[in-house]
Design a protein around this ligand. Structure first.
Ligand SMILES: Cc1cc2nc3c(=O)[nH]c(=O)nc-3n(C[C@H](O)[C@H](O)[C@H](O)COP(=O)(O)O)c2cc1C
Length: 186
């Protein structure tokens, strides 16, 4: 799929097939998240990846009823903003940076045939607090959104073999492993 096909064919997917996302595809999705622009290039997004059923269910509990698709997803990514890195004169840009990272991941996933649904967290402070508590997030790290990923229960698109490895250039690579956390924040 080219970029326009990806953008215009995407829709939220809430029912997922029993088929795992490969580590390589997940890596590409995360790299897409880190490849978005950020205010003053602050790169203030942080990503907590959950694949374990128990963790996914706990995330769903913390994010309220509309987060039910997480229970059926193969992976959930909690996008956070790290205020410690955000633009000091206007820290609220972290919210925009977080939305860009989330949408980049959604589109990258879809370009590989992986469906997703965006689950809103910020600014619903009960959800922000519950997720902060669940993952014992540092005070400077604010949950922004959760994206639930998985192959659609009903196949909807042709898949591609393209990954970050085959497409990304050194110039566009913003990869920083330190911004990534698996199952727990530590
Ligand atoms: C900020 C935001 C929060 C959302 N939260 C939820 C949610 O909690 N649960 C859900 O099922 N969908 C959620 N969605 C998905 C929207 O319902 C969906 O994008 C919208 O209905 C348009 O449908 P489409 O994505 O298929 O185009 C959210 C989308 C955004 C952008």
């Amino acid at each position: 799929m080219n970029a326009l096909e990806t953008i215009f064919s995407r829709k939220s997917v809430r029912e997922f097939a029993d088929r795992p996302i490969s580590d390589e595809a997940l890596d590409t999705i995360l790299r897409a998240g880190m490849s978005g622009p950020s205010c003053v290039n602050a790169r203030d997004g942080a990503f907590l990846v959950a694949r374990g059923k128990e963790t996914l269910n706990r995330m769903a509990d913390a994010n309220g009823k509309p987060a039910e698709p997480l229970r059926r997803a193969d992976a959930g990514v909690l996008v956070c903003g790290d205020l410690g890195c955000a633009f000091a004169r206007a820290k609220d840009y972290w919210i925009i940076d977080g939305a860009i990272a989330a949408q980049n991941m959604v589109l990258a996933a879809w370009s590989m045939g992986i469906g997703s649904v965006w689950l809103g967290t910020y600014p619903q402070m009960d959800r922000v607090e519950a997720l902060g508590k669940l993952f014992a997030l540092p005070e400077s790290v604010i949950p922004h959104s959760i994206i639930a990923f998985g192959y659609p229960a009903q196949a909807q698109t042709a898949e591609t073999d393209q990954t970050a490895e085959t497409v990304q250039t050194a110039e566009t690579d913003h990869w920083e492993a330190s911004r990534l956390h698996f199952e727990t924040w530590q």
